[in-house]
Design a protein around this ligand. Structure first.
Ligand code: BV8
Length: 248
């Protein structure tokens, strides 16, 4: 996309090395072959909605099914790897003096794409923790089939270290995300349906203190008519075009 196609408000913010925050959702991982929450899942998972799997109740009812789902997603993520959208976010971090990445995703692909200091609002599925709350936490590359893993410290079951529907977000992540939104002069909201709270409320904090907010999404969202510009297209192409306009 040439410079002319990007909105002036965005080009001006980049040219002045504006403090920037990037909020991302499943759409930035879509081009890695990972279905978003809104898309129908494939294969065995086609008959399940993520909303029905990403809950403490689903895990209590059938931990094996929930673990099978997370292991399936781990396989997709490991096979897909980071895409141009993740790399463009890392490029923006390297070009701008201040660029915080805040993600709703749990796939770790921003880090795999070269980004640093990513705020993970909803945790990370490559980590797993004691479901009984003994405090044990570990990283795992495991996506082998089999029973749910057990806690090596207390023997209880392990659960993915992610935030399920109905669970509170990690306080430190939410505080860091809000601080970034309040500091930002430019906010890019990429690949999220802006429907899940409290993450979806973050751009509001930026709007309230006069930041320029630009959405990158092929579809309109509830945020679209409240912000300065919406770029209708894929995150890979659009974020790469935006990164190109940032000062080297
Ligand atoms: C909580 C991790 C309270 C797990 C996820 C008001 C205030 C507060 C809470 C609520 C509220 N109203 C309702 C709630 C409850 C709920 C909620 O928001 N429900 C929604 C459905 C209305 N919120 C919660 O439960 C949150 N917790 O509020 O706790 C509390 C407080 C104190 C003490 C106890 C409790 C927790 C929410 C987090 C849930 N976990 N994920 C996992 O991944 O397994 S949510 C999950 O879905 C994602 O992380 C993301 O946040 C969310 C939405 O997904 P998106 O990322 O937006 O993806 P989606 O598929 O929706 O859209 C993709 C977009 O990409 C689309 O717009 C599409 O057009 C676009 N796209 C597609 N291709 C591309 C593209 N864009 C660019 N390029 C492309 N190529």
């Amino acid at each position: 996309m040439s410079q002319t196609a990007l909105p002036r408000i965005l080009l001006d913010a980049l040219a002045r090395d504006a403090a920037t925050a990037i909020l991302t959702g499943a759409g930035v991982s879509a081009e890695s072959g990972i279905p978003t929450f809104r898309e129908a899942q494939t294969g065995l998972w086609a008959r399940f909605s993520p909303q029905d799997l990403a809950t403490p109740e689903a895990y209590a009812r059938d931990p094996q099914r929930v673990w099978d789902w997370y292991r399936w997603r781990r396989k997709l993520i490991a096979n897909g790897g980071p895409n141009d959208a993740h790399r463009a976010c890392a490029e923006l971090q390297s070009r701008l003096s201040e660029c915080r990445i805040i993600t709703e995703n749990v796939d770790g692909l921003h880090q795999a794409g070269g980004a640093g200091d990513v705020v993970e609002l909803h945790g990370n599925l490559w980590r797993q923790r004691c479901a009984a709350g003994c405090g044990h936490l570990e990283t795992s590359e495991d996506f082998a089939d089999g029973p749910p893993p057990t806690c090596p410290t207390c023997g209880a079951a392990l659960r993915p270290d992610v935030v399920w529907f109905g669970e509170a977000l990690p306080e430190q992540a939410l505080t860091a995300a809000l601080a970034a939104m309040e500091r930002a002069e430019l906010v890019l909201v990429a690949g999220t349906s802006s429907m899940v709270y409290p993450a979806a409320g973050l751009p509001e904090a930026a709007l309230q203190h006069g930041a320029s907010v630009v959405e990158i999404n092929p579809e309109p969202t509830p945020l679209s008519d409240r912000i300065h510009a919406s770029l209708r297209g894929g995150a890979g192409t659009l974020l790469a075009a935006i990164a190109e306009q940032a000062p080297r």
